[in-house]
Design a protein around this ligand. Structure first.
Ligand code: IVH
Length: 691
């Protein structure tokens, strides 16, 4: 069995809970496997499993060990942090060990950590001591030594006792001061500053793009990129990579600088270090739990990766009194977020054909559970994405879920023997209709351009009936497949000629279900016109674009009459969309489709006027609002106009009736003047409504 298979076996045993107690095979196996992973991570910079997977196995080992009545084995990974440093760098012994952190995975564990500390301090369990919660930056720990305020040595953590001398690399990072600025005018003889070097997400994406273009392998995540860039023997490359550093504590100091951790952070900031702005002080643990949980989703908005929140007792004397257990302090704990990344095997790559003919490759995965859900499919974006990363069927891949986004394959893990796997090739032909696939100039995606592709049409029918389009209840993906397969629907308008008799002949349909579906189909004729425009599936015309177009041109036929140049004049419509609309109407059958939908009684125009008939000064008139109005917001002004029966559009054209102008109006007001369109102030607009 290879390492990954051995790992999966252990994970299986763990999740089944079948070995609640350690037997000697299980202990041996866990220790050996964890040590091998640790080497891959620290020594080779090429992890095979994700950090949370590693942490989960290590936590399990610790749990088993603590239940045993014998000393922890010398080679157990629970005895040490990390692996030995690489040979290429000089080794440095840290003046004081760089500690690791214990983990808490939920509110109860956080609470339990706090109470353990209070008990040790012999304080009542309802005491509210000062705590500081900080983001746990997912980068690389560094120790920086300053002699008389000058950076003399920078070292990685290594195993906590001995790290690597990477001073030259550290000097290239702009947020690491080469000399401490001393605002209090007392030069400190020797100070060690600790913190995390990290890769901003934005520079990470740029780096991966440039690695791609140079034909090199991209990094799986910003953490690997930070560690890879930092351990380069050639520091000039490190310099070019845009790394950054957050300081979060001190090591040994020749003179004390603070009494609390938060004061210490202030001093570090006055010395010129970047301190993370999100850290927050609390009294007691209750509100800390909320703060930690709030970052699970908010982390998406940050320009750096975090993998948890570190909670620390603020008072340095209390820290001192609490002390450490082996290599972790009792005065701090890491609240770890649920995993967003995992590794698994890529079983297959299937090709999907979308409603516009766009081809999207999808990964079929050996199911893995992480962050509370089982993932067995993930997007591979497009052919280019797969080829640049050299993703092959049979590979071990890293899969990531972020926020609500669909899981994506982000990278390949280098494994022995993967070179023997065949290189993936984009198929030449559409899997559904066998026509030759084409790449549109300027786009990375491949398309099936056949107008008779059954798969494309099925997806189009599904899209047409979907909630954001015609919203036909009971008409989902399965129904679309069935209708198209049975030949009941060959063009979109035929959705409206379906009869109960047609439906009753289909499997699974009874009287009641058939009647209900027909009713929903009839009801869908009433949806607003922008939804219909979205529903007919013009490439690049999404929900918002459809709304912009209808706002501007008021009806589908008017949208489809416009030339590319006219469309381009509309705010929010670019060349790709404009061309796609013009192309769509030139496809045989589409003009007829629109005529037929209109004959069937679907809404082809924006309903004009409000319920009560509206104000005559507004009905049938088109308004553009620009600049800052004195009392109303722009959206509010829009609502005001609509309420009185007017239309609001985003760009000025000859068809605009009025332009409402506030402070700092810009080009729209100029254009109105040029076209001779009446300009109104906010007060005049309000007057108009009172006419
Ligand atoms: S405090 C004894 N604060 O997390 C205290 N660590 O598992 C140890 N880390 O590699 C460090 N952000 O580099 C602390 N705000 C923060 C941190 C942080 C990230 C890293 C640290 C270490 C790991 C601990």
């Amino acid at each position: 069995m290879n390492l990954l298979e051995r790992t999966r076996t252990l994970q299986g045993i763990h999740s089944r809970g079948s070995h609640a107690q350690a037997d000697s095979w299980l202990l041996d196996e866990l220790i050996v496997v964890l040590n091998l992973h640790s080497d891959r991570y620290h020594r080779d910079n090429e992890p095979l499993i994700s950090d949370p997977e590693f942490d989960a196995l290590l936590a399990w080992l610790r749990e088993l060990e603590s239940a045993l009545d014998e000393p922890i084995r010398m080679d157990s990974p629970s005895r040490r942090v990390g692996a030995m440093p690489l040979d290429g760098f000089e080794k440095v012994r840290h003046a004081q060990q760089l500690l690791s952190l214990g983990n808490a995975f939920n509110g109860e564990e956080l609470q339990a950590w706090y109470e353990r500390a209070l008990r040790r301090l012999e304080l009542p369990l309802d005491s509210n001591l000062d705590l500081v919660a900080e983001l746990k930056i997912d980068g690389l720990a560094l120790s920086l030594v300053y002699d008389d305020g000058v950076l003399v040595q920078a070292a990685t953590r290594g195993d906590g006792q001995v790290g690597e001398n990477i001073t030259e690399n550290a000097r290239t990072v702009r947020s690491i001061p080469l000399r401490l600025s001393d605002t209090v005018n007392t030069t400190i003889e020797r100070a060690e500053v600790r913190g995390e070097v990290y890769f901003p997400k934005s520079s990470f994406e740029k780096l991966n793009e440039s690695l791609f273009s140079a034909g090199q392998k991209p990094f799986a995540n910003p953490r690997n990129a930070a560690s890879g860039s930092f351990r380069l023997l050639d520091s000039s490359i490190t310099a070019s990579r845009g790394l950054a550093f957050f300081a979060y504590s001190t090591g040994p100091l020749s003179a004390p600088i603070a009494e609390t951790h938060s004061q210490e952070l202030n001093v570090l900031s006055s010395w010129g270090f970047q301190i993370n702005a999100e850290s927050k002080g609390f009294k007691g643990i209750v509100a800390v739990v909320e703060f930690c949980a709030s970052w699970v989703d908010r982390r998406e908005m940050l320009d750096y990766e975090i993998d948890g929140v570190v909670v620390k007792f603020d008072d340095l004397q209390i820290q001192e009194r609490l002390g450490n257990v082996s290599n972790a302090p009792r005065w701090a704990v890491a609240y770890k977020f649920p995993a967003r990344e995992s590794t698994t095997t890529l079983l297959d790559i299937v090709i999907n054909v979308g409603r516009t003919g766009m081809i999207t490759p999808e990964a079929v995965l050996e199911p893995v559970e992480f962050g509370g859900v089982t993932v067995s499919q993930a997007t591979l974006h497009n052919a280019d994405y797969i080829l640049k990363r050299d993703i092959r069927i049979g590979d071990t891949v890293v899969v990531k879920r972020a926020g609500d986004v669909i899981p994506a394959v982000v990278s390949v893990v280098e494994t022995d023997g993967r070179n023997a796997l065949p290189v993936w090739r984009m198929p030449d032909r559409c899997p559904a209709c066998d026509s030759v696939l084409e790449q549109i100039e300027g786009e990375v995606d491949f398309y099936c351009v056949s107008s008779t592709c059954p798969e494309q049409f099925t997806r189009l029918v599904e899209h047409f009936a979907s909630r954001d389009a015609m919203d036909i209840e009971g008409f989902g993906s399965k129904m679309a497949v069935l209708m198209v397969e049975q030949g009941l629907i060959r063009t979109l308008d035929q959705v409206y000629s379906l009869t109960s008799t047609d439906l009753l002949e289909l499997e699974g349909f009874g009287e009641k279900k058939a009647t209900k579906l027909i009713e929903s189909i009839v009801a869908s004729k009433e949806v607003p016109v922008a939804r219909l425009l979205f529903g007919i599936g013009i490439r690049h015309v999404g929900k918002t674009v459809a709304e912009i177009l209808i706002n501007q041109f008021l009806s589908i036929s008017s949208v489809l009459e416009q030339s590319e140049t006219e469309l381009l004049e509309v705010d929010g419509i670019g060349p790709v969309i404009a061309k796609s609309i013009v192309d769509w109407i030139s496809i045989p059958g589409n003009r007829e489709l629109i005529a037929s939908l209109s004959n069937l009684g679907l809404k082809m125009e924006e309903e004009s006027g409000p319920q009560d008939g509206g104000n005559l000064a507004f009905v049938g008139k088109t308004f553009v609002v620009t600049g800052t109005l004195a009392s109303m917001g722009r959206a509010e002004a829009g609502e005001f106009i609509k309420k009185h029966g007017g239309k609001v559009t985003s760009s000025v054209s000859a068809k605009t009736s009025y332009v409402v102008v506030g402070e700092n109006p810009g080009s729209k007001a100029q254009k109105a003047e040029k076209l001779g369109i009446p300009i109104l102030s906010e007060t005049e607009l309000i007057h108009l409504a009172q006419v």
